[in-house]
Design a protein around this ligand. Sequence first.
Ligand SMILES: C[S@@+](CC[C@H](N)C(=O)[O-])C[C@H]1O[C@@H](n2cnc3c(N)ncnc32)[C@H](O)[C@@H]1O
Ligand SMILES: [Zn+2]
Length: 362
Amino acid sequence: MEEEGIKFSVSKNVFYNPKMTFCRSMCSIAVGAIRNQLEICDSFCATGIRGIRYAKENKNVKHVIFVDIEKNAIKCAKENAKKARIEHEAIHGNISRVVFDISADFLELDPFGTPAPYLYDGFRVFNPKKIAYLSVTATDVAVLCGGKTRACIKNYHSKPLNNEFTHENGLRILIRRIAETAAEFNMGIKPLLSFSKSHYLKTIIEVKRSADLAYKSMDMLGYVEFCQSCGYRNAAKFPREKCTNCGALLDYAGPLWLGDLHEKIFIEKMAELNEKRNYSHKDEIRKMLKLFEDEIGMPPYHYELHAMAKRLKASLVPKTEEVISGLRKKGFKAGKDHFSPTSIKTDAPYDILLDTFSESIQ
Ligand SMILES: C[S@@+](CC[C@H](N)C(=O)[O-])C[C@H]1O[C@@H](n2cnc3c(N)ncnc32)[C@H](O)[C@@H]1O
Ligand SMILES: [Zn+2]
């Protein structure tokens, strides 16, 4: 097998999904955008391709610790790491047991399904560190993104919403769960990069040891209210009962992370690095990084124009660019986002958005 120029083997019964190449490339750029020297733990490593790529493609990676519960997988990762000539250690075992004996600055959590039970393990790996990085993949999208409310309450202690911005809610529910776990270890969080794509959600978070930062992270938690009747939405510390737009009862998602999903300087650094690399997904990564930049400083929800048109019984769906430029002309912030090609984020009040939407059809 080969991924972005790196040759590796996939043994029998060892998991490898070529569709995650985009995710590995995006995350490898993120690793390179971290200023510090890193010791990486690639737990759930399977073939080891993630950790191997992080180390081969970035000068700031000193050492990789591979962990996998399957014998075949850890053997395969060890052979691949040796062939790739990266400084490494390979541990066969359950991550929840081995964390007590290892320490790393960057932990990759890439399990099958929910990462929730492994978050505590992450903070054990960071135990002596003042600053560290947690990279989490969640493939339980149906749970986080609305379809399975009870399972989400069970695994993430939060209510999802099965609506037109369900993927953003899901990503924010995942980040909130990380923030709460971090806080118990006296650590505050700062999401550097977070996204939703096909069947997974991904976030890379900087964590810093400080009770004050942990309190600050807790201050960034709240709810997103949503009116199933008129489509009004709003971020609030606590969900209210009635819609201020139409008076109907409000639904809500949360508690969830209300802060930014990405950090501006970090995304800019990633964009620079992407230009220097020749990944097969270079163009897609460039476009996505631009969308991440546009999302920074915007409200923690977006508007999907097809869903709006359906709700308003509009004859046409206006062009995304038209709605955005209409809102900007009125003095509001507005831009595209990465959740859907036909969705926008804006700080405009809902009535102004509704007017601008209608004007953009004419
Ligand atoms: C989704 S795959 C990882 C894919 C890999 N990171 C990549 O990018 O190709 C999940 C891996 O986690 C391993 N695994 C499952 N539970 C584990 C646990 N508790 N501790 C360590 N490894 C585990 C499985 O054997 C499997 O190889
Ligand atoms: Zn309403």
